[in-house]
Design a protein around this ligand. Structure first.
Ligand SMILES: Nc1ncnc2c1ncn2[C@@H]1O[C@H](COP(=O)(O)OP(=O)(O)OP(=O)(O)O)[C@@H](O)[C@H]1O
Length: 321
């Protein structure tokens, strides 16, 4: 679910809010260039999300929905808005908070405290799944073994699958994750940079079923920040370009299936999490980092070409769909 990227608070200026015409505007929305006060912004923002949910038929009454809760700003906003709209508009959803504990001392333990507060504030049951329980390794232990260079690959791949596994334990129909406009613009741009047509086509989709760890995201982020300084709407324009993108029918798409080992989603014989885990358990942590060799070489794409792809992560913490 997309949070508005830039709602830069301004010192109260001379403008009146263009919605209520009473209070002073607190911010200018890059999307509409409207000056709005804080109260009206919340209202407009929440109702826009409601419209997106309804128009895209994201949920059905009675569905069980897990909210991926990292304790960060995006998922905290998501948990608040979704539980508010569920009550206000009678969606009839059973909402849960689902947190992945990667086992990073001094990082996730702090943000899990935020999630526990959200559990109480919003009255949503919380399920925490940990890398240690799921994979037998904490991120601290993985870093001890492989060093700092490639640890983001492990973290990103394991986290995405941990969300799937947690969702299966909770028996939910869907998982909702929080993504702001900056994140989505970066994803569009980096898929263009690496020529990944398949992901470019689906990265702006409102619902998705397959993922990858990211590459070059840091570079895309810097570039987008530069563009935004020149033209604040650039972020929304990049997303629009991504949404309007159409895949030509001659473009080869990877086949989506399930991992032969763990049964979770994969476009190859073994999912990336199983390949990485195998490497860790065999004391060969580089297995599965960079160009994939061996384990997945016999999985072909729809046209019979080898589907293995180089995956390298440059930045921690970002889920890239
Ligand atoms: N450890 C986690 N446990 C549960 N969900 C997570 C976790 N990490 C990420 N997510 C989900 O994926 C979304 C995107 O995460 P990502 O780290 O890419 O972005 P972010 O902008 O840092 O999000 P946030 O501000 O919520 O941390 C989050 O909003 C959340 O819904």
């Amino acid at each position: 679910m997309e949070e508005e990227a830039k709602t830069k608070p301004r010192t109260a200026g001379p403008y009146l809010c263009c919605v209520c015409n009473q209070r002073r505007a607190a911010l200018k929305r890059p999307k509409t260039l409207e000056q709005v006060c804080r109260e009206c912004f919340y209202e407009v923002f929440e109702e826009e999300i409601h419209r997106v949910i309804v128009e895209n038929q994201l949920f059905k009454p009675g569905e069980r929905i897990a909210i991926g809760a990292s304790g960060g700003k995006d998922s905290t906003v998501l948990a608040y808005v979704l539980s508010t709209l569920n009550r206000r508009h009678h969606y009839g959803l059973d909402l849960f908070l689902l947190s992945v504990d990667e086992g990073i001392t001094g990082y996730r333990d702090d943000s899990l405290e935020t999630v526990k507060r959200n559990e109480i504030q919003y009255g949503l049951p919380l399920k925490v799944v940990s890398y240690k329980d799921l994979y037998g390794w904490t991120m601290d232990e993985i870093v001890k073994m492989i060093g700092l260079k490639n640890n983001c690959t492990f973290c990103g791949v394991f986290r995405r699958q941990a969300l799937d596994r947690g969702a299966a334990m909770l028996k939910v129909d869907k998982v909702a994750t929080g993504h702001n406009a900056d994140d989505i613009a970066e994803t569009v741009l980096l898929n263009i940079l690496r020529g990944d047509i398949a992901r470019l086509g689906r990265c702006t989709a409102i619902t998705t079923g397959i993922y990858s760890p990211n590459a070059y995201r840091g570079f895309a982020r810097e570039f987008i920040k530069d563009l935004e300084r020149i033209r604040p709407r650039a972020i929304l324009d990049i997303i629009k370009s991504g949404e309007d993108f159409r895949i030509s029918t001659s473009t080869k798409m990877p086949e989506q299936g399930t991992c032969e080992r763990c049964g979770y989603i994969s476009s190859q014989k073994w999912c990336k999490a199983c390949v990485l885990l195998e490497g860790l358990n065999r004391g060969l942590p580089k297995l599965g980092i960079g160009r994939t060799r061996g384990l997945n070489n016999d999985r072909k794409d729809a046209k019979g070409n080898n589907a293995a792809k180089s995956i390298e992560s440059k930045q921690c913490g970002t889920l890239d769909f």
